[in-house]
Design a protein around this ligand. Structure first.
Ligand code: NCD
Ligand code: ZN
Length: 342
């Protein structure tokens, strides 16, 4: 008999849906699995105004089809206007704001150069209950790439949590033992999202038989001890940890390049990947919390209506999605051991 699991319809609390042709290609994959998604604002140019966010939301709705609710975010810049944040939040356009340290990742050139520049904005967000989403890596070239998340905790995050004790903070796509520990020990205002790739891969995957651009993302995958710590956090049942795919598609030519882009496209089989991890950990009873309940609780939103059923059976992943110059390679070359039942 096939083993199945049925959970409340889940949400993706961190996704890059892009724009234009790429948006039209990838949005249906997210909408097929998730009722809502926190949409990252790192377009070029970034989404810094309420009007930009509202029109981006319209383009996503057109691409994703009925029944999908994109939750928009503001890209924080040094000159951010607290009144613009309040206005967008009050109008229901912005659900949260995203901090990219300048230069930390894809399309972060307009990001924040010094956290002190955000003081007024963060005080406002704390007052109005607008969550701060953090790409938690320092950009100091003196710091080893594999240490940038752990160093960010010491240099930036501890101070943020201390100075803004009521501010809701999501430490996005955590990848290290230090990050998992920090979040677990912090107050209830601090949570974290976890991606499939950081649950499934360690840094050996980057070099398996040669250089593997399609598993290169930021923060970069880490040593095995960190993968195990992040896995333990995900399946712990703690409401501080929830699903955020960080699906971040780039066309094949941008990945297979002398300077390949960071980001991998996991949206087509995201739930399958997570279900496999929870199954391997003997924690299927905690899967619904991670995928469907902890996120809404943190954001103060209702749990979704409806359910999704997965079955334990082989799912094969196509080599590419889309065609020609627009093609993207999905995460999960070897396939998964769970599948969303049709
Ligand atoms: C993301 C992208 O491509 O926009 N890349 C990634 O490796 N995750 C940006 C980000 O979330 O860091
Ligand atoms: Zn991201």
């Amino acid at each position: 008999m096939t083993v199945t699991i049925t959970i409340r319809r889940p949400d993706d609390w961190h996704v890059h849906l892009r724009d234009g042709d790429m948006l039209r290609l990838v949005a249906p994959y997210t909408a097929r699995q998730f009722a809502r998604a926190i949409v990252m604002p790192n377009l070029a140019p970034p989404v810094t105004t309420v009007e930009q966010a509202a029109s981006y939301r319209d383009r996503i709705l057109a691409a994703a089809g009925e029944g999908f609710n994109p939750l928009m975010t503001c890209y924080l810049i040094d000159q951010v206007d607290p009144d613009e944040l309040s206005r967008g939040h009050a109008e229901g356009v912005w659900v949260a704001a995203k901090l990219y340290p300048a230069g930390a990742t894809t399309n972060s050139a307009r990001g924040v150069t010094d956290i002190a520049n955000l003081h007024a904005a963060l005080a406002r967000m704390e007052a109005i209950g607008m969550p701060l989403l953090v790409h938690g890596e320092v950009t100091d070239p003196q710091v080893d790439v594999f240490d940038r998340e752990a160093v960010f905790i010491d240099r930036v995050l501890e101070g943020l949590v201390r100075d803004f004790p009521a501010l809701k903070i999501v430490f996005e796509h955590i990848t290290t033992r230090q990050a998992a520990q920090f979040v677990a020990d912090a107050s209830a205002t601090v949570a974290a999202t976890i991606t499939p790739q950081h649950l499934m891969l360690n840094r050996n995957a980057l070099f398996q038989g040669g250089l593997r651009p399609h598993v290169y993302c930021l923060p970069v995958v880490k040593r095995e001890e960190h993968r195990l710590a992040v896995r333990a956090a995900a399946v712990s049942g703690s409401p501080k940890f929830f699903l955020g795919t960080d699906s971040a598609p780039h066309v094949v030519a941008a990945k297979e390049s002398s300077c390949g882009c960071a980001g991998l496209f996991n949206a087509p089989f995201a739930l399958e990947a997570y279900a496999q991890v929870f199954d391997e950990e003997g924690a299927l009873d905690r899967f619904e919390g991670f995928a469907s309940r902890h996120g809404p609780a943190f954001y103060g939103l209702p749990v979704n209506e409806g359910t999704v059923t997965l079955e334990r059976t082989a799912a094969t992943v196509p080599e590419q999605i889309g065609s020609g110059e627009a093609a993207v390679v999905p995460f999960g070359a070897g396939g998964f051991s769970w599948r969303v039942a049709s």
